[in-house]
Design a protein around this ligand. Structure first.
Ligand code: ZN
Length: 303
């Protein structure tokens, strides 16, 4: 088994040429995964035992000495039994993490010669890994707003908004731009306050600009809220530009956004957006998350 290599360095490079050079074969990719899988030694994903027999025919499998389970480098990760080969999976992750603005599953299926359903399932797994860890809450100057999204009647919260997909967006402003952003799908625009407010990834030291809307009142228990200054033109604000770009992306890439998928798309968009200043690290980060997340079956994804 190829693991515990102290010389290992994650691939942090925005060059596609260097990527092609580094990952020439499935073995190159499995070596890479093995580092993350077994960096702390072998562990059976069935029984937790830490002793194994190497499998003669493959350096990427170990046989658990306790329960005889054959642990593959991809076992119990989001790469579990990836049907179309690990190298194609690496290329798709590169596409989705940094080189493109994301690709719909149909296009990935055509580009990589894989089944459409398989491509769809894999992109959903990648989106699971793109979910924010919430370990780095937004700080400093922030702004929050709510929108109807991914539907024909898009716009700000307001009348006739029931039944449409809604999202709460928070941005962190630094200098002359947005540094980071998070989007959260919400069920409604309740007058008594937005659901899941304590879950928001915003540091308590942040100052948050918000509309004078009663829905925000519960946030005042935790954060310093400031009324939004009205700019000369609403469409000149950072928030407005962010939301227009997000909606444009949703329309361009994922023409029909179902309610079940909006949160995943928000995570995908924010994953890339939040790495626009250090794209080189996005691929490696996504690989680590795919390896750190347990197996998710087709049944779990569609239910
Ligand atoms: Zn075992």
């Amino acid at each position: 088994m190829a693991y515990t290599n102290d010389m290992f360095k994650g691939f942090k490079d925005a060059s596609v040429v260097n990527f092609i050079e580094k990952f020439k074969t499935d073995e190159d990719c499995k070596d890479y995964l093995a580092h993350y899988k077994w960096k702390d030694g072998f562990r059976c994903s069935k029984c937790g035992h830490t002793h194994f027999w190497p499998k003669k025919a493959s350096p990427y499998h170990g046989v658990c000495k306790s329960c005889r389970h054959i642990e593959a480098v991809t076992s119990n990760t989001l790469f579990h039994k990836v049907e179309f080969g690990i190298r194609k999976a690496f290329y798709i992750i590169l596409e989705l993490s940094s080189t493109t603005q994301g690709m719909p599953a149909e296009l990935l299926a055509n580009s990589y010669g894989i089944n459409r359903k398989t491509a769809l399932l894999f992109t959903k797994k990648v989106r699971i890994a793109m979910k924010s860890s919430q370990l780095y809450p937004l700080k400093g100057k922030c702004e929050v707003d709510e929108y109807i999204i991914g539907s024909k009647k898009e716009g700000k919260r307001g009348r006739g908004a029931s039944g449409k997909m809604k999202a709460s967006i928070v941005i962190e402003i630094e200098g002359k731009g947005i540094k980071r952003a998070y989007g959260m799908q919400i069920k409604d625009f309740p007058s008594k306050g937005l659901e899941k407010i304590p879950d928001r990834p915003i540091d308590t030291s942040a100052s948050i600009a918000a509309d004078k809307w009663t829905g925000y009142s519960p946030m005042q228990e935790k954060w310093q809220l400031e009324p939004k200054k009205s700019p000369p033109k609403e469409n000149s604000t950072f928030m407005h530009r962010f939301i227009q770009q997000l909606k444009g992306w949703l329309r361009g890439i994922h023409h029909h956004v179902g309610e079940k998928h909006l949160q995943g798309y928000l995570e995908e968009y924010c994953f890339r957006f939040n790495r626009h200043l250090f794209k080189e690290a996005a691929f490696d980060k996504l690989i680590q998350r795919m390896m750190g997340h347990g197996h998710v079956s087709y049944q779990m994804i569609i239910s």
